[in-house]
Design a protein around this ligand. Sequence first.
Ligand code: FAD
Ligand code: 2HG
Ligand code: ZN
Length: 477
Amino acid sequence: MMPGGASTPLAQLLASFGREVIETDPAMLDSVAVDHHLRHRGKPLALALPRDTAEVSRLLALCNTLRIGVVPQGGNTGYCAAATPDASGTQLVLSLRRMNAIRRVDRDDGAMIVEAGCILAEVQKAASEVGRFFPLSLGAEGSCQIGGNLSTNAGGLNVLRYGMTRDLVLGLEVVLADGRVWSNLSPLRKDNTGYDLRHLFLGAEGTLGVITAASLKLFPAQRGSATALVAVPTPAAAVQLLARLRERLGDLVNSFELIPQVAMQLLAKHLPSARQPLAATAPWYVLCEATSADASDPLADKLGAEIEAAIEAGLVDDAVLAQNERERLELWQLRENVPEAQRREGASLKHDVSLPIGRLAEFIDIASRWLGEHVPEAVLVCYGHVGDGNLHFNLSAQPGDTSLASRGAEIRRVIHDLVAERGGSFSAEHGIGQTKVDELARYAPAVELEIMHGIKHLLDPNGIMNPGKVLRAGRTP
Ligand code: FAD
Ligand code: 2HG
Ligand code: ZN
């Protein structure tokens, strides 16, 4: 039988859904075939663009019968190639980009129901239009989809105060691998009726089902803010400053981000429009922000006073407080553009690690010393969400040096072992996808892996959902 002939999986998909839903145009397929970092290229069988939950349900039921692997893809901004099909030409990429309705925003319930294909920035906007706040915020918010955020349990810039994505979810609508729909789009805050199934799908990276909609928590709008860029001598000083701010300002502190001097240099080199507001350079900086629902809360005074006290205590060398919204956005631009500046610098090796906050400084110290001795050819660009104990412990190759990639496995092992020895995680917020499957198999306790394989087998016995991602394919519990 010719490929594409009457009995092939593709022909059956086309016969059941038509070209309106099953896209085979080579240019379209090419656009969904590669991951964000352009490191993993697959070959999709086709691209499915369903219009509603019922269509997703029919689609998965057919794929399950025909054993077609299904790779959900949101905005394709993920860091672990989790939304990229393999090279077999047999996997269907599934995009919910047409399912992008805000179904409901309810101020009294403090909840909104959104379809999974909504762009994160649109979700934030819909909340703010009714005077509410949806706190998930990350550099990719203009292109990532809420379905992708839920499925990676994304972190971002406001975790310190509001938690990870899973903390922002009240309910889900999910299509299971066999086409059954589990719908619980409840606005309830309290519901102790048995196992809490939503947490299975949050962070599952599309391996257990397709999230089609979610009920999300809303918060009071943030009407006042104070944002500072603070120069600190060491990461240990940054951690001490964090503790002082948390003690004095409590939950008003929503972001606390570490930026090293080398990142400022990369920003100046590759994105010169990003203005560097402090006159003198420092080895490390912290971008911290406090916000309040009360516009009259004197946040700038409070934050300023704490920074002054920290200067006197020798924890802070210099600081600048944003005087208006434009200056605030300029400070945030610095932080949010670090990944882009590092991308423009060339090859890199990334480690998205978390540690107990009390051990962050010690880890940075020991891991940087190891790198200095064993990988002197690399430039360490260590930054991130220190308030959450999450570092992007990244390396950049020196211009013209191509050796870093060949040493990737060896370096990653040492870094991840140093993290594990300190009770940390090798994947803080970016997930597992296909790039960290072996790391999960190595570091997760055996009983945890057994439970994960058991859940996978229960919900997806034919292994059609995002095969080869998170767990090694084909292994039964
Ligand atoms: P994709 O990359 O398309 O998919 C991610 C995973 O979700 C895949 O496994 C996919 O199969 C699955 N998936 C997608 N939609 C569905 C669905 N509807 N149902 C089931 N499974 C689905 N991440 C952070 O955590 N914090 C950050 O601060 C952060 N900053 C970033 C900054 C930049 C500049 C960039 C480029 C990325 C950043 N990321 C960050 C990574 C990325 O944006 C997040 O992982 C994001 O949540 C991915 O969303 P996406 O829609 O692009 O998902
Ligand atoms: C961030 O915090 C993102 O900016 C990206 O999580 C991190 O590029 C990275 O390593
Ligand atoms: Zn991050």
